[in-house]
Design a binder for this molecule. Structure first.
Ligand code: ADP
Length: 629
């Protein structure tokens, strides 16, 4: 039979496997066993849901045997097996699941310790084997098939015979080289310790034939004699990590489990264990990744937890268990109260599941809050990765989750010069400060330069700097914190002026009303109002808005593609009545109205520059400037 070639990407991965450094090689057994365990899960699930397979969970097992003489390790399972098509699809190509991510990461960082960290699957067998033979019979099929490959030159698939369903993997172990020794994998104690190390929690028995010796009674001799015999033994403890008590499981175990199962190279930022007994009982092992997963903020990302019922996996990605705002959380949930043959549709309306979901939500919130209080630095890291998700969570579903999430939100405080919670901001407010002040912009540095921040800074009031598009929607949704309302630094009335200051500015406004209206009109609809303001100290002008729509919102809506009405902010040009620019306007107004309008235009453009909005015609602006000085 003609050999088929591996797909290109598989070949590359294979090359890497074969040439991987020595210490990594031992993980091949974990990978092969984990595939067997999945195959048993699939059959188990099928027998539960179909009901008539005649298979019970107790019959399922994995067996590892060694043929030292022929240098073969055999891993067998009586799981679901594979049809010829599945063999072709599953073992002929590799760009799937974690492997793909693995490959792309690999291209970015050549020297990283990936193989040691990742689940790299079936192909890892080629790290230790010169030839791999897979004999498999799918459950319910008559025909068995043999897949065979030496790694380098592709593979063959032929028909063969096999008793019963399931899969046998034969790995012909390489000869020892000068630096690399493979023979140790043919030792029982070695394989046994590898199973203990990597696969102890597999929920099916992993059996091995262990050589033992026993004393033989010989009445006519004083010396005890021993004889050897073989006994089949289950090597793994079969208790999954989440079923074990806290002190039995090390952080290393948990981190390893997470990285292996969820294809991450880094330890999780946070590990959450839940063990709930009561009206409904469940155990959960949850993880918050350290970095935002690739494609996290896209439709491709799938949230969900693995769902088990008394150790039997019933769903590999149960979306209903995790609320949208915590969709970055990965993990497993095991509940003895869930019915095994439940369908996806039924799960959605399952009361137990809803109770577990609510409980998990509460637990995640608690643990994040704990992290925030106990290790703010670590929390900030989490915030960099998933803060945006929490902000979206506040805005989503008409604010239904805002109470849950509002104390997890951080913003940069101008006084503290670091991220603070909203509660912390309110705590630090001087007694006479009435509002929570905020300012939006592209970066903290740019916002800090806005002229409107000056009067608040002078008073010693802190301002929250906001740099995400969603921030103003968050503020609108929250409305207030501990009775204090939010106020934009662009607001007409910042609530810091005395009555006297207010009437002063009103009087000045009235005196200059004709000129200010003239300036507005000569700006040709670019601004809705030109007014004098108390907001400015050292700068001549600033751009603010009246009404609901802010400049940031206008920028945001302009970026949304598609047909929608223009959302425009009502722009206001504010002029500093104590600045020499204003005196110049006044003087010019008396002498030359046309020139005064040009000065107005100059000031408007400068207000745009200060607000970090590009000016329409920079060349014209430049010429105007030189004409006027
Ligand atoms: P992964 O396990 O990440 O999907 P692998 O390369 O390890 O990738 O395996 C590829 C596929 O081959 C598996 O998804 C599974 O469908 C199939 N497979 C591997 N080993 C077995 C087995 N022992 N029994 C049944 N199917 C298997």
């Amino acid at each position: 039979m003609a050999k088929k070639q591996f797909k290109a990407e598989s070949k590359r991965l294979l090359d890497m496997m074969i040439n991987s450094i020595y210490t990594h090689k031992e993980i091949f057994l974990r990978e092969i066993i984990s595939n067997s365990s999945d195959a048993l899960d699939k059959l188990c699930y099928k027998s539960i849901t179909d009901g008539k397979t005649g298979i019970s969970r107790e019959d399922l097992y994995i067996k590892v045997t060694i043929d030292k003489e022929n240098r073969i390790i055999k891993v067998s399972d009586n799981g679901i097996g594979m049809t010829a098509e599945e063999l072709e699809k599953n073992l002929g190509t590799i760009a799937k699941s974690g492997s793909l991510q693995f490959k792309t990461d690999m291209e970015k960082q050549e020297d990283i310790d990936i193989i040691g960290q990742f689940g790299v699957g079936f192909y890892s067998a080629f790290m230790v084997a010169e030839k791999v033979t897979v004999i498999t019979k799918a459950f319910g099929e008559e025909q068995a098939y043999c897949w065979e490959s030496d790694g380098a030159d592709g593979y063959t698939i032929t028909e063969t015979g096999k008793d019963g369903h399931g899969t046998d993997i034969y790995m012909k172990i390489k000869e020892d080289g000068e630096d690399e020794k493979y023979s140790e994998y043919l030792e029982i104690f070695m394989l046994r310790s590898l199973i203990k190390k990597y696969s102890d929690y597999i929920r099916y028995p992993i059996k091995m034939d262990i050589e033992k010796s026993r004393k033989v009674e010989k009445p006519d001799s004083d010396k005890p004699e021993y004889e050897k015999y073989i006994e089949e033994e289950t090597v793994n403890s079969m208790v999954p990590l989440w079923q074990r008590s806290k002190d039995e499981v090390s952080d290393e175990d948990l981190n390893g489990f997470y990285k292996d199962k969820f294809f991450d190279m880094k330890d999780p930022a946070l590990t959450i264990r839940a063990d709930v007994e009561g009206a409904f009982s469940y155990k959960a092992l949850l993880f918050v990744p350290e970095n935002t997963p690739m494609g996290y903020y896209t439709k491709e990302y799938r949230k969900g937890l693995e769902l088990y019922s008394s150790g039997v996996m019933i769903m590999d990605n149960c979306e209903d268990l995790i609320p949208e705002h915590f969709r970055f959380v990965k993990g497993v949930v095991d509940s003895q109260d869930l019915s095994l043959n439940i369908s996806r549709e039924m799960l959605q309306h399952d009361r137990q599941l809803t109770a577990i979901r609510n409980n998990i939500e509460k637990k995640i919130k608690q643990e994040l809050k704990k992290l925030l209080n106990n290790d703010p630095e670590k929390y900030e890291k989490f915030w960099q990765s998933f803060g945006l998700q929490l902000k979206y969570g506040i805005v989503a579903d008409y604010g239904a989750h805002r109470e849950l999430l509002k104390d997890l939100i951080l913003y940069h405080s101008s006084n503290e010069k670091k991220l603070v919670t909203l509660q912390r901001y309110v705590e630090l407010m001087p007694e006479q400060q009435k509002y929570i002040y905020y300012a939006c912009g592209e970066t903290v540095a740019k916002i800090d330069n806005l002229p409107q921040t000056e009067p608040l800074k002078d008073k010693g009031y802190s301002i929250l700097y906001m740099t995400d598009e969603v921030d103003e929607f968050v503020i609108n949704m929250l409305g207030e914190i501990d009775g204090k309302q939010f106020k934009s630094i662009n607001d007409k009335d910042l609530g810091i002026e005395t009555e006297e200051e207010k009437s002063d500015i009103e009087a000045k406004q009235e005196e200059n009303q004709v000129m200010l209206d003239y300036l507005r009109d000569s700006l040709d609809g670019k601004v809705a109002t030109v007014r004098l303001s108390n907001k400015l100290k050292s700068h001549p002008v600033c751009l603010t808005t009246d009404g609901e729509v802010s400049l940031e919102m206008e920028k945001y809506f302009a970026t949304i593609p598609g047909d929608h009405p223009d959302v425009k902010a009502q722009r206001v040009l504010e002029i500093n009545p104590t600045h020499k620019a204003f005196y110049m306007l006044q003087d010019t107004w008396q002498l030359d109205k046309d020139r005064c309008a040009k000065l107005g235009k100059l000031l408007y453009n400068q207000a745009l520059l200060i607000a970090d909005i590009s000016i329409e015609n920079p060349a014209e602006y430049t010429d105007l400037f030189w004409e006027l000085i």
